[in-house]
Write a protein that binds this ligand. Structure first.
Ligand code: FAD
Length: 493
């Protein structure tokens, strides 16, 4: 039986390991942290359950496929619940917009907020459907290993003017600034600036429209534990709390994996779900390839980091939907500050997560749990002392939520803590604390992203946000499909 090692138990690593194990390859996952999930870690405090990362689950079919590969059903391990509306977008002037895939309701919202843009929205939908077909259905899970594969994709990229940004394309269809923001903010969910991310990412609109937005009962961590349960039932091994320190090589082949605890084993193939820079710079401890590619990666653009405030409090908030985006006074300028200048702006836009509206089990009786997330520059921009700034920013974010929804928020809170860029760096070995790996701009997409199989070490593979198609659960699950296809074929040969 062939043996494979997957380094890291993020969504990409877990999905890859399930695919390998389902194909009869004996697979061991080695994870540095005490729990699986990666960005989808979970904190349990004072009776509350706080998901650390992803909360918006899209394209459930791509997850179901992981179970059907071995004749299983996802519903045996995980219960997915639909979320409606998908998001409530709110602006400082009090206007709000409920975004969903309910055609009638969405048109009603557009007619209320931007009536002149109804026809333009229909045309945009046509564009989003086309790029979804080309960019996700056809190419979302195929590896781009050589430039020829990029050339093949070129006609579609040209047809859809992929060099334009999502915001630019959206603006060519609709006039209202609010609607432009509502139809372009999605790239932030995968670490991209709507002003510079390729318009191909407009596909997210169609992805959500067709597949819906879902929530795993008990939290995203239940989806993670469901994947682990499936993997272990299939006979796979998960090794937690043991950080990989070296992928040993003999000639141009990966031979053994060694961890901080001294555990060392031989494998036929090794796949890394760890941060791309960490993999090449730190884990390829012997092969010159590591240092060479790390130098190239250092010149690339990396996605911003995030600042997340988790809080639990007394009371129930039926008026606050599961997902809200609280836009600040600026859109373009704020994005420039985060992505280009790297300063910490005075204003912010907040993604507010309120899971207890769908699932009260995440908080003690009569209490609610939330997280408030704001994008911030990664650690490679201007130096920021997060030990000092963190508590100040936390208070300002809670003040803003207090102003908009809960006037006595500070008195009601029973537990709170924040997660800042240095935490991404130390807990996840994320380069410069980036929350989403390489920025999803056209010149860092497909073949220009981390390759699913290394160019020099043919039994070393990559999976996760740094590879094609990129960050987000559907992205990394798609990357696992691309990587698994290569590994299964290579190992059978
Ligand atoms: C706060 C936040 C909110 C998000 N919200 C959403 C959302 O709502 N919907 C959505 O689809 N996406 C969302 N995303 C993006 C999504 O979570 C990520 O793109 C995705 O989970 C990344 O998965 P990954 O497979 O790349 O692995 P990661 O989650 O990055 O996991 C990599 C794993 O490798 C491990 N590792 C690293 N180095 C080593 C080592 N040396 N040895 C062993 N293990 C190692 C790490 O500990 C980690 O467990 C969000 C991200 C964040 C941070």
């Amino acid at each position: 039986m062939k043996r494979a090692c997957v380094i890291g138990a993020g969504f990409g690593g877990l999905a890859l390991a399930i695919r390998l194990q389902s194909a009869g390859i004996a697979t061991t996952i080695v994870e540095a942290r005490d729990k699986p999930g990666g960005r989808a870690y979970v904190f349990e405090k004072d009776g509350y359950t706080f998901d650390a990362g992803p909360t918006v689950i899209t394209d459930p079919a791509s997850l179901e496929e992981l179970w059907t590969l071995s004749g299983n059903r996802m519903s045996f391990d995980v219960e997915l619940m639909p979320v409606m509306p998908f998001y409530r977008l709110q602006w400082p002037d009090g206007v709000h917009f409920d975004y969903s895939n309910d055609e009638g309701a969405l048109r009603g919202e557009i007619a209320r907020v931007a009536p002149a843009d109804l026809a333009g929205y229909e045309d945009f939908l046509g564009y989003a459907a086309d790029v979804y077909q080309e960019g996700y259905v056809k190419l979302g899970h195929v590896p781009f290993l050589d430039f020829a594969s990029m050339v093949k994709a070129a006609p579609a990229l040209i047809k859809h003017q992929a060099w334009r940004s999502v915001y630019d394309v959206v603006s060519s269809y609709v006039e209202s600034e609010k609607l432009r923001e509502a139809l372009s903010f999605h790239t932030l969910l995968v670490g991209g600036n709507p002003m510079t991310t390729s318009s191909i990412y407009a596909l997210i609109h169609k992805l959500e429209k067709d597949g819906g937005v879902w929530w795993a009962r008990g939290g995203t961590n239940k989806l993670v534990s469901g994947m682990v349960a499936l993997f272990e039932r299939l006979g796979g091994t998960l090794r937690l709390n043991d950080k990989v320190s070296c992928i040993h090589t003999v000639g141009n082949r990966a031979s053994e994996v060694e961890t901080a605890s001294g555990w060392r084993e031989r494998f036929d193939a090794v796949a890394s779900n760890a941060d791309l820079m960490h993999t090449y710079r730190d884990l390829l401890c012997e092969a010159p390839r590591g240092e060479q590619y790390a130098k190239k990666l250092a010149k690339k653009r990396w996605s911003p980091s995030l600042f997340v405030v988790h809080f639990g409090m007394e009371g129930k908030w039926p008026g606050i939907p599961h997902h809200s985006i609280l836009f600040g006074p600026r859109y373009k300028g704020l994005l420039e500050d985060i992505f280009e200048h790297g300063v910490l702006p005075r204003d912010f836009s907040i993604y507010l997560h309120h899971p207890t509206i769908s699932d009260p089990s995440l908080a003690p009786e009569g209490h609610s749990s939330f997280y408030a997330l704001v994008p911030v520059a990664h650690l490679g921009k201007l130096p920021i002392d997060w030990d000092t700034v963190g508590p100040v920013l936390e208070k300002r974010i809670l003040d803003e939520i207090g102003l908009r929804f809960i006037p006595d928020i500070h008195d009601r809170i029973t537990v709170k803590f924040h997660y800042a860029p240095p935490d991404f760096e130390s807990d996840l070995s994320a380069y410069m604390g980036s929350a989403f790996s390489l920025e999803p701009i056209l010149t860092q997409s497909a073949w220009f992203r981390g390759h699913n199989r290394d160019d020099v070490i043919p039994n070393l593979y990559l999976v996760g946000a740094g590879t094609h198609p990129g960050a987000g659960i559907p992205g990394v699950v798609g990357s696992a499909k691309a990587t698994a296809g290569l590994m299964i074929e290579d190992l059978r040969l």
